[in-house]
Design a protein around this ligand. Structure first.
Ligand code: CP
Ligand code: NVA
Length: 308
């Protein structure tokens, strides 16, 4: 139906391994330029529509600030204030918005919603988090690891906690960047079976968080009850009781292992204050890198990929 075939970013696997490497290097470069005060405005007069079905601090601010720094503009669109909240169909909204804006970022519950939106959009669509994936966050995480350690290829990463959208995107990343992911999660909280299958050979799944942490270069965790799972929080707190990333778990990792968390964090639940506020934690760089990684992504989708 659409005349053009835009490049979307719905999961990390929409990137080739080469494009992913280039994007990370570009993010590091754009960060240096930003720090040096270099003006770089390849997206002058371009606009990004941002649809949020869920709350956001980092994603909203980083995309909005990123568009301004690149010379463009972003619009925050809440379903509460648009016709989406009154039942205008997703395909119609996608058709209309994509005739006006140059790219659309969308955060939803159902991953199918993002896919449906992309099918009917004539401009690039970016997944700003769904129940299944959070690819923009993992781009920023990988950038952070590269800045600290050079490369993540060949490394061992431990994901401790819920097999949620972050875990699924880390499985994609293990494939794309060629590292090994050790996942420790309680029975019944495994990541998606199809995502695991695609990452075959790049992960090991276990119950014991200490075993997952052993020999790891990077330890990551995330909230036990994601957005939309609030009613299940109590049951989850019990199921995840042994999965708090604390000093004991960190002691099993390599002595120079890094700790990351996409935030918001819950000290005393999925991570102890001593770890997230301790010397191995790089969570503030990780949060800042949302800005730089997404500027590289916007430039890639709106300039590089549209020329190819
Ligand atoms: N990490 C992350 O996506 O944060 P927000 O929900 O604040 O956007
Ligand atoms: N897994 C979390 C990530 C928040 C950025 C959620 O989906 O709520």
């Amino acid at each position: 139906e659409t005349q053009s075939h835009p490049s979307h970013f719905l999961t990390l696997l929409d990137l080739t391994p080469d494009a992913a490497q280039q994007l990370i290097q570009r993010a590091i470069e754009l960060k240096q330029w930003q720090r040096a005060g270099v003006i770089h405005t390849p997206l002058k007069q371009r606009t990004l529509g941002m649809i949020f079905e869920k709350s956001s601090t980092r994603t909203r601010v980083s995309f909005e600030v990123g568009m301004v720094q690149l010379g463009g503009h972003a619009l925050f669109l809440s379903p509460r204030d648009t016709q989406l909240g009154r039942g205008e169909p997703i395909p119609d909204t996608a058709r209309v918005l994509s005739r006006m804006v140059d790219a659309i970022m969308i955060r939803t519950f159902e991953h199918d919603t993002v896919e449906l939106f992309a099918q009917h959009s004539s401009v690039p669509v970016i997944n700003g988090l769904t129940d299944r994936f959070h690819p923009c966050q993992v781009l920023a995480d990988i950038q952070t690891y590269y800045e600290q350690r050079g490369t993540i290829t060949g490394c061992t990463v431990a994901y401790i906690g819920d097999g949620n959208n972050m875990c699924n995107s880390y499985l994609n990343a293990a494939q794309l960047f060629d590292f090994h992911l050790k996942i420790a999660c309680p029975d019944g909280f495994e990541p998606a079976a199809d995502v695991l299958n695609r990452a075959a050979g790049h992960y090991t799944l276990m119950r014991d968080p200490n075993q997952a942490a052993t020999n790891a270069d990077l330890i990551i965790t995330d909230v036990w009850a994601s957005m939309g799972q609030e009613a299940d929080a109590e049951r989850r707190c019990i199921a995840f009781a042994n999965y708090c990333v604390n000093d004991d778990i960190m002691a099993h990792a390599k002595s120079d292992a890094l700790f990351m968390h996409c935030l918001p964090a819950h000290r005393g639940e999925e991570v102890s204050a001593s770890v997230i506020d301790g010397p191995q934690s790089v969570v503030w760089d990780e949060a800042e890198n949302r800005l730089h990684a997404q500027k590289a992504l916007l430039e890639y989708l709106l300039v590089t990929a549209s020329i190819c």
